[in-house]
Design a protein around this ligand. Structure first.
Ligand SMILES: [Mg+2]
Length: 226
């Protein structure tokens, strides 16, 4: 279904680390506290994957006033919630190790800040697979100043890793990520975490996985687990 890619670009939250339930709970509580009542399910459907600055803009439009300290407070609440520990998405380590063993390079690119990726990847036991926080394989929308669905983050990651966009395959669980990959001229595999598969397909993902380790079969690897 997909050719073996030159580079695999993973989204972080919901694809490698199981942060989304925590993130959506914290986000929904934070928005509710600021006057925009929302459940985790509603936030997952409507604004998941959006950059926090965009979420602040939406919240301010919704409640009709400025919300100073919104981002800082949200990030503090999130890190507090992360302290309880973050699990890997089942199969993520297996996929990363199989790619490494086959000599297929990979990196991670997220709308979230680098420190959030580092904390969650470390908590899930995956940070070493990216060469640590300073291994040059962790890319944030903050690096380019333009979050997904802009293609700039993925294009930046590909360039830094030394690959043409057409050689890259993105794995993402948000419609923003699907749209960004398509705009970048890259392949895209959706992963159904909290966003329904139908939404990812509607955004343009040709295939949506139910398990992350399905990726290996999709790009021609032999199955590695039942
Ligand atoms: Mg995600």
């Amino acid at each position: 279904m997909y050719e073996r890619p030159g580079l695999v670009i993973f989204d972080c939250d919901g694809v490698l680390v199981d942060t989304e339930p925590v993130v959506q709970r914290v986000l929904a509580e934070w928005l509710t506290r600021h006057g925009w009542p929302m459940t985790p399910e509603e936030s997952a459907r409507t604004i998941k994957g959006s950059h926090i600055a965009e979420i602040q803009r939406l919240a301010e439009a919704r409640v009709g006033r400025a919300l100073p300290g919104f981002i800082e407070g949200y990030r503090a609440a999130m890190f507090e919630a992360f302290e309880a520990g973050i699990d890997e998405i089942p199969g993520a380590a297996v996929v990363l190790d199989a790619l490494r063993d086959a000599g297929v390079p990979f990196c991670v690119a997220s709308n979230g800040p680098r420190v959030k990726m580092a904390v969650s990847l470390k908590s899930a036991g995956l940070l070493d697979r990216f060469g640590g926080m300073d291994g040059g394989r962790i890319f944030s929308a903050d690096d380019v100043g333009e979050p997904k669905p802009s293609p700039r983050l993925f294009l930046h990651a590909a360039e830094r890793m030394g690959f043409e966009p057409g050689a890259c395959l993105v794995v993402d669980d948000s419609t923003q990520g699907v749209l960004a990959a398509i705009a970048a001229g890259m392949g895209i595999v959706g992963y159904e975490d909290m966003t329904p598969a139908a939404d990812l397909s509607a955004a343009g993902a040709p295939f949506v996985m139910k398990r992350v380790d399905e990726l290996l079969g999709l790009i021609g690897f032999p199955p590695v687990r039942a």
